[in-house]
Design a protein around this ligand. Structure first.
Ligand code: ARG
Length: 464
């Protein structure tokens, strides 16, 4: 109800000014603090603006609220819109719309393709960074939440008229490829030379084996590290192997996106590789970079560890390697940067589980201090609750207990189908198999999305 809220806001503001003309003349500012009512019994809206005025006006907030209400009621436009306002508690003003006005408003919007929501007009692009699974690992339920929430945010922003860049920040680079390629060279070399030689399930299994060997076998570790160096150095054989592994995962991810009707542009971590040295250089020039034990770091302000010392964001490890955080710094610089080496965005929204809150807070702080945020730039982390196993622990890929997303979607469709068949039978209705398949798919997949969007985003949820 954007328009009604806007009118109310204006009426309240004018009433406050009329109630306290001297303070208004002396430059006192008035903020009605209009918000949707916290409970239905309080009406439709509440205005809490009397409370912060108590001090500057030297009056009890309830008295201030009374004076504002008196002025409101003297305004015919207000009386046409609302029933008599009620003052509650220390001085909250509760407002209830006249039912006929509400009905008329809803009625007028029904005929409007935009449901009365004004378009924001074309501005700078907004980046929504969501989904973002990792290559050679299964996409898991946490990625599903990011996909569903991120897509919804992107849709809302698009509906408002913003140009939106839907970016899939896929984990497609890093040390894991060194161990995966080394392992595959020995046990399944065909996977590195021919497309489609293994499927994603196999790849995930190979990844686990590789990780295990990496943790246990020093010689394997060394070869893996050499393999990463080769890859980073652009060795054609390594690059080809890497490309094949990415393609394989990409195809599987795409199947999920197609089923859920999600549009995404892939721009993985590897995209930012050429920009990583620039990040380090910039931080060096701005004097933020500190070498600590061989690693290049930026120490955070206002964030300290258990020992009371400020925590660092490690930008470059002592062996020269870069981190997840370095890539995110490069991504921020690129997204806010101007073309051709930038997106020219003014707002970037990240959708990941709440476990990454500290990572983003750190990265945002470094970007701000480095001066990479243009005037009016917004960086927002939209966290969601962790997806936990039945034991209450976070679901993890490496532990091998990840619930496969494909299975989850299949199960949703199967359950919707069983339910539909039961209903049809109860009603004695005959339907074509194609009808049943269509309804079961639509209802099952929509239910998965609804289950996610209908609950508190921040609450952890247990998977059972
Ligand atoms: N690949 C990461 C994960 O699976 C999520 C990436 C989120 N986006 C970002 N710009 N860091 O946890």
């Amino acid at each position: 109800m954007l328009c009604i809220a806007e009118s109310l806001e204006k009426q309240l503001h004018a009433a406050m000014q009329r109630a306290f003309p001297e303070a208004a003349a002396a430059g006192q500012s008035f903020d009605p603090q209009l918000a949707p009512a916290s409970k239905p019994e309080f009406g439709d809206f509440q205005a809490n603006g009397a409370l912060p005025l108590a001090k500057p006006l030297g009056q009890p907030p309830r008295k201030i609220a009374e004076a504002v209400v008196e002025q409101l009621q003297a305004d015919p436009a207000f009386s046409e819109l609302c029933l008599e306002p009620q003052i509650a508690g220390p001085g909250f003003i509760n407002l209830t719309l006249r039912p006929e006005r509400l009905a008329a408003e809803v009625q007028s919007r029904l005929g409007d393709a935009r449901l009365g929501v004004p378009a924001a007009g074309q501005g700078a692009p907004v980046v929504v960074d969501f989904s973002s699974p990792n290559i050679a690992k299964e996409m898991h339920v946490g990625h599903l939440r990011s996909t569903i929430i991120g897509d919804s945010l992107a849709r809302v922003l698009e509906f408002r008229g913003h140009p939106v860049l839907r970016l899939n920040h896929v984990g497609d680079w890093g040390t894991q490829f060194g161990m995966l390629i080394t392992h595959l060279k020995q046990v399944a070399p065909e996977a590195l030379e021919t497309a489609d030689a293994v499927d994603l399930g196999d790849l995930v299994a190979f990844y686990r084996e590789a990780k295990k060997r990496f943790d246990e076998d020093e010689a394997f570790q060394t070869t893996s590290r050499e393999e990463v160096v080769k890859l980073q150095g652009g060795d054609p054989v390594s690059l080809k192997a890497w490309g094949l592994l990415c393609d394989q995962s990409r195809r599987e991810f795409q199947k999920i996106y197609d089923r859920l009707d999600i549009r995404l542009s892939e721009r993985g971590e590897s995209f930012y590789n050429p920009y990583l040295p620039g990040v380090v250089q910039d931080l060096e020039t701005s004097g933020l970079l500190v070498v600590d034990d061989g690693a290049r770091c930026v120490f955070l302000e206002g964030v300290s560890g258990k020992d009371g010392k400020p925590l660092p964001v490690i930008v470059q490890k002592s062996d020269g390697g870069f981190n997840y955080a370095t890539t995110d710094l490069a991504a921020i610089r690129y997204r806010f940067g101007d073309s051709p080496d930038g997106d020219g965005a003014r707002r970037v929204v990240y959708v990941t589980d709440a476990g990454q809150a500290n990572h983003f807070a750190g990265v945002f702080q470094v970007a701000r201090r480095a001066g990479w945020l243009p005037e009016g730039a917004r960086l927002e982390h939209v966290p969601f609750g962790l997806v936990q196993g039945e034991d209450g622990k976070k679901l993890k890929t490496r532990a091998g207990d990840t619930v496969r997303l494909r299975d989850l979607l299949d199960e949703a469709v199967e359950r919707a189908e069983a339910d539909l068949r039961r209903r049809l039978q109860e009603e004695g209705r005959q339907e074509e198999e194609s009808f049943i398949a269509h309804v079961a798919t639509t209802v099952g997949l929509a239910a998965v999305k609804y289950a996610d969007l209908s609950q508190n985003r921040i609450t952890n949820y247990q998977f059972s």
